[in-house]
Write a new protein. Structure first.
Length: 291
């Protein structure tokens, strides 16, 4: 069939326009990918958010055969004075070091709190598994990799605390330990085992149900060493067995004659997840408040 040159030209233009559209789509898609990759690379190349006046150290423990990350928050005036500072040792620092540092510095900015060093004890990996090992005082058959509390206590006494006190102006007469949940269990263990390693404790929602409340049974006749101060809390909306554990610990320690001072609070409206926020703030004010 004969076609005029004009018709052929129109058909050629239609074909070329189709190819052009495909080419444009490919170019646009490629440019979009390039922009995306450039954006990702630019974001990843930027600095991470950091907390001012903090330092991080790695410490290899032979007592536990574990590499620990020690996160240290310095007082605002640390570099302008020669004084020694109380030290607050914080468990579960992988999650709670920014939280406790922020709470302390906000209260200190209002001149409501003394200054102190915060030492967060964290892990480079497997935080949940390692805390289960380190914070439990006995091996519980229902939970694998548990019962490493005595070794962790040894690491604190012979490795972690000597490292901090050798590197910083840390007052050896004022060591505090903060722990929540299993960390609270370990805090209770350190308060009751007679070691006298810490002077103050903030024990938040302690998991004293562990191994059929073995902790209170084991240290029933133990005398507390060093006349510690104990701040013990639980969320009022936590499971009944947690509230009972808090009450049992308070009753247990109240019967010990060598507790310097003690305060036990049930936090209204708080559950197991939220209780620690108020426990940390209220506990620090109770221990280090200026008013």
């Amino acid at each position: 069939m004969w076609q005029s040159p004009l018709h052929s030209a129109h058909r050629g233009i239609a074909i070329n326009m189709t190819q052009l559209k495909k080419t444009v789509r490919i170019i646009i898609g490629s440019l979009g990918l390039i922009v995306f990759l450039f954006t990702v690379n630019t974001v990843s190349a930027q600095s991470l958010v950091t907390i001012p006046d903090t330092v991080q150290h790695e410490l290899q423990s032979t007592a536990v055969e574990q590499n620990y990350i020690l996160q240290v928050a310095l007082p605002r005036k640390y570099g302008k004075t020669d004084k020694q500072y109380p030290v607050v040792y914080l468990l579960d620092a992988n999650a709670d070091f920014p939280l406790v540092t922020s709470i302390a510095r906000r209260l200190q900015a209002e001149d409501d709190l003394q200054e102190f060093l915060i030492v967060g004890i964290s892990y480079p990996e497997n935080h949940w598994g390692n805390r289960r090992r380190d914070y439990t005082p006995t091996h519980y058959s229902a939970v694998e990799n548990s019962g490493g509390g005595p070794n962790f206590a040894k690491a604190l006494k012979t490795e972690i605390i000597p490292f901090i006190e050798g590197k910083y102006r840390a007052a050896k007469t004022s060591r505090s330990l903060i722990g929540h949940s299993l960390g609270g269990l370990f805090g209770a263990y350190m308060a009751l085992n007679g070691s006298g390693l810490f002077d103050n404790f903030i024990i938040s929602s302690p998991s004293l149900w562990w191994d059929n409340t073995v902790l209170l049974k084991t240290y029933k006749q133990t005398t507390l060493a060093g006349r510690p101060s104990l701040f013990i809390t639980v969320g009022a909306d936590e499971n009944p067995h947690m509230v009972k554990a808090w009450r049992d610990l308070h009753t247990f320690t109240s019967q010990k004659k060598n507790v310097a001072r003690q305060k036990a609070i049930s936090l209204n409206g708080e559950n197991h997840a939220s209780a620690k926020f108020r426990a940390y703030a209220d506990g620090l004010r109770w221990l280090f408040g200026k008013n």
